[in-house]
Design a protein around this ligand. Structure first.
Ligand code: ATP
Ligand code: FE
Length: 363
């Protein structure tokens, strides 16, 4: 079984080829980071056009890398939501064109389920039930995964997701958004003092597992303005070292509190889950923000303190990609029992990509 996966839910155009046993044969992602940094966010119409421009190439590239042609495919998997409808449509139309030509089945994929289940590609022993924290640009979810398609939502954001807060903070601090707001902010935060500004931790008075990042965003904006730093046309590359230091302090203080909020919610979720589902062994952390080293280290500490194991896919599988879609498709076809067997290849693929990325223009 050879499956093509297509993902166009937001600003990345991604395709991957995966075997029914979970082996990733190729993975191609074309990013719109350049557009994003120029226009300050994802404009659906512009994102749709960008997807349309590259979708054929991205799919062809994935096929070429796998040394296959469309004729070799057994099925096509494609993200059907949640996401921007104009963008989703590009992927779905492409999937329909290929599937129509060769009478292949199309499997619709839920984007957040894919973010959660991609962990099964890298952790062959990962058993249900497990807890999953999904932290990305549009979502902040804590779920208990009982089995395939069987999820209980423990918490969600009541306003913004953490990735959105990272992106806005990065923009206001004048960081180079071409690298992505989150990674740029993580880097700057390393230079700062995380205790220099006392942002308050969101939703402490609510004893549940929900999240909120809108208030923290406002606190950050007020802090920037109260230090007389401009939030517009303020590229950090043209500031004095004193000002850079102020910005790094804000970045580090923001990150500390943003992640403390995750830690507190995870701690509560673990406590609750251990009572109702004591066989739970793992917390899976996935979604773009899970690429963040600080997030990983802090959550690892919380999880291990509570006797669980942290499972975090490599960064290339945390963010949007065509590969994680296919994992679920493989499940759907009943091949998920074999999913664990090619873990090394998947990791090798991730290492190869990372190595290639280190040598290339990140844009
Ligand atoms: P969703 O999955 O909710 O539809 P999305 O697909 O846009 O949203 P992802 O591609 O999973 O989200 O993740 C992108 C988000 O992850 C962005 O907000 C980005 O800033 C953030 N991100 C990526 N790397 C890092 C990092 N190292 N630190 C913090 N945030 C990061
Ligand atoms: Fe995503």
């Amino acid at each position: 079984v050879v499956i093509l996966g297509i993902e166009t839910s937001c600003d990345d155009t991604a395709a991957a080829i995966v075997r029914g046993n979970g082996e990733i044969l190729s993975q191609v992602v074309s990013s719109q980071a350049d557009l994003l940094s120029r226009y300050g966010g994802v404009a659906p119409k512009m994102a749709e056009e960008a997807h349309l421009l590259v979708i054929d190439q991205v799919v062809q590239h994935a096929l070429d890398d796998a040394k296959l042609t469309e004729k070799n495919l057994s099925a096509v998997a494609v993200t059907i939501g949640p996401g921007l409808s104009l963008c989703l449509r590009v992927g779905v139309c492409k999937a329909r064109r290929i599937a129509g030509k060769f009478s292949l089945p199309i499997i619709g994929i839920h984007h957040m389920e894919a973010h959660a289940l991609v962990a099964r590609l890298v952790e062959k022993d990962l058993q249900f039930p497990f807890l999953a924290l999904l932290i990305s640009g549009g979502h902040n979810l804590l779920i208990l995964a009982h089995g395939l398609g069987h999820y209980v939502q423990l918490g969600t954001t009541i306003d913004d997701a953490i990735g959105e807060a990272y992106d806005k903070t990065a923009r206001w601090l004048g960081l180079d958004m071409r690298k992505g707001g989150g990674p740029a902010l993580e880097e700057l935060a390393r230079e700062g003092d995380a205790n220099s500004i006392k942002f308050s931790i969101p939703m402490r008075q609510h004893k549940d597992c929900n999240f909120s990042y809108a208030g923290l965003k406002t606190q950050v904006r007020i802090a920037i303005e109260s230090k007389n730093l401009s939030v517009e046309n303020n590229s950090i590359s043209s500031t004095s070292s004193h000002e850079r230091r102020l910005r790094a302090d804000i970045a580090a203080s923001f990150q500390r509190v943003a992640v403390l909020h995750l830690e507190e919610r995870c701690e509560r979720a673990i406590e609750w889950v251990m009572k109702i589902e004591p066989s739970t062994k793992c917390l899976v952390v996935s979604g773009g923000v899970a690429s963040n080293q600080y997030v990983r280290t802090r959550l690892k500490h919380v999880v291990e303190k509570n006797g669980l194991q942290l499972v975090c896919p490599p960064p290339s599988l945390c963010t949007d990609n065509g590969g994680h879609n296919l994992l679920i498709l493989a499940h759907g076809l009943g091949h998920y029992v074999q999913l664990g067997t090619t873990i090394d290849d998947a990791i090798g693929e991730a290492y190869d990509k990372t190595a290639r990325w280190l040598g290339l223009d990140m844009r």
